[in-house]
Design a protein around this ligand. Structure first.
Ligand code: AMP
Length: 397
């Protein structure tokens, strides 16, 4: 990422910038925003352009609309009021911008700041369609990517638009993400501990492989730990695991051992007979009865993980330790959150990314006690695995 330009490399005076943001915020049933973080973090670059005499065209996706065309619950109308208050300006929302007769100039005469309706109302966006991205690029003088969380996707607004833009750069949010991820991965501080959780090993094979080259410890929790425990011959009862990844899990454990990287798997699990049954029992994680499933890490695992985390100087955390959405199985994840914040207060550098881990941090009101909260989940894991993301790579020349 050596040659990537950032926003202060350009003079925006009398220029039009088209900014890809990630304003994919959660909405409740009444279509009110329940968490404004993505907008709050994404607007600085918009302000920068406006404050420097430029005009802004903002584009984002929201949710996962089904098929083509307008759908009320995914409309950016739902966020425009909040955005307009935050920017202290009137914003013009434009819906049908992919027709030959459409002219952005007509709108730019009336308004300095324009919001294009949900990109995913056009199937061309996800298809990385060249006609669509060319049209987007032609609206502006400079393209800015300020959407780290979607930069692992090769979509028209993140990827092929770069081919048609003469000038392009990253915004402050992406810049902050890249500096902090590089800091956690490559600063000299040691010991370095990665904490991984969640259900799917398949999503995390590449990242574990890469982390083995970089870290001292890897703590693995959540259902993905079951695949590793099973690969070591453990009896995991009815717990969720991935049969197809047992061999890979085994080879990752071997690779870690060779490199002297310690992998910590849960030694005990909080179990019950089904996800709706809260008559829980704790078992040794290698000896679960056939009719039980593990839904959270147990007390002894928490104590062991605590020691490792509190002794760390750099920490990266992605994924819950159990089914943390259910109170009865949330303790392990919330305890990990507590230890990461305690380690941070003692001077460790901590980076947390991924929807579930970030939501655990927020539920515990610990946002200010984590060194950096990434807006990326999949993007974060892919960046760690490959050292770049497809859409950022195109900006790096
Ligand atoms: P992932 O998408 O792979 O990051 O997985 C996140 C999901 O994993 C969360 O919704 C958790 O509820 C779920 N999860 C974590 N641990 C377990 C477990 N032991 N059994 C079943 N689901 C789990």
């Amino acid at each position: 990422m050596k040659n990537i330009k950032n926003i202060n490399d350009y003079n925006f005076n009398e220029k039009v910038a088209i900014i890809r943001v990630d304003f994919n915020v959660p909405l409740d049933k009444k279509l009110n925003i329940t968490d404004t973080t993505r907008i709050d973090l994404g607007i600085n670059s918009i302000k920068y352009v406006l404050d420097n005499g430029g005009k802004c065209i903002i584009m984002s996706h929201l949710g996962r609309p089904k098929g083509n065309g307008y759908q009320k619950e995914y409309s950016l109308k739902n966020i425009i009021k909040y955005l307009s208050v935050k920017l202290n300006r009137e914003i013009c929302l434009v819906d049908k911008y992919f027709s030959d007769s459409f002219s952005i100039q007509d709108y730019l005469i009336k308004s300095d700041i324009i919001l294009l309706e949900n990109l995913r109302f056009y199937s061309e966006e996800k298809q990385n369609d060249l006609k669509f991205s060319k049209k987007l690029a032609a609206m502006a003088d400079i393209y800015i990517n300020n959407a780290f969380g979607t930069s692992h996707r090769s979509h028209a607004s993140t990827n092929s638009i770069i081919k048609y833009s003469k000038n392009y750069c990253i915004g402050d949010l992406v810049y902050n993400e890249l500096s902090n991820i590089n800091k956690v991965l490559f600063d000299e501080k040691k010991p370095f501990t990665a904490i991984l959780g969640g259900a799917k090993v398949s999503d995390k094979i590449n990242v574990i492989e890469k982390l083995i080259d970089l870290v001292d410890n890897i703590i693995i929790g959540g259902a993905m730990a079951n695949t590793f425990i099973k690969s070591k011959g453990g009896k995991i009862g009815k717990s969720l695991f991935e049969e197809d990844n047992i061999i890979i899990a085994k080879s990752l454990l071997k690779k870690a051992e060779k490199r002297n990287v310690k992998i910590y798997l849960p030694e005990d699990l909080l179990c019950s007979k089904s996800i709706n049954d809260y008559k829980t029992k704790t078992f040794n994680s290698y000896e679960l009865p056939n009719d039980y499933s593990g839904f959270d890490i147990g007390y002894n695992s928490i104590i062991t993980f605590k020691k490792v985390i509190l002794n760390s100087k750099k920490i990266i955390w992605n994924g819950p330790m159990g089914v943390f959405e259910i109170d009865e199985f949330s303790n392990g994840t919330f305890e990990i959150c507590k230890f990461v914040t305690e380690a941070t207060k003692k001077g460790a550098f901590s980076l947390v990314g991924g929807g579930d881990s970030v939501s655990a941090v927020k539920k515990n009101n610990q946002e200010n006690n984590i060194s950096f909260i990434s807006t990326g989940g999949g993007a974060l894991l892919e960046f760690i695995s490959n050292g770049t993301l497809p859409s950022l790579e195109l900006l790096d020349n």
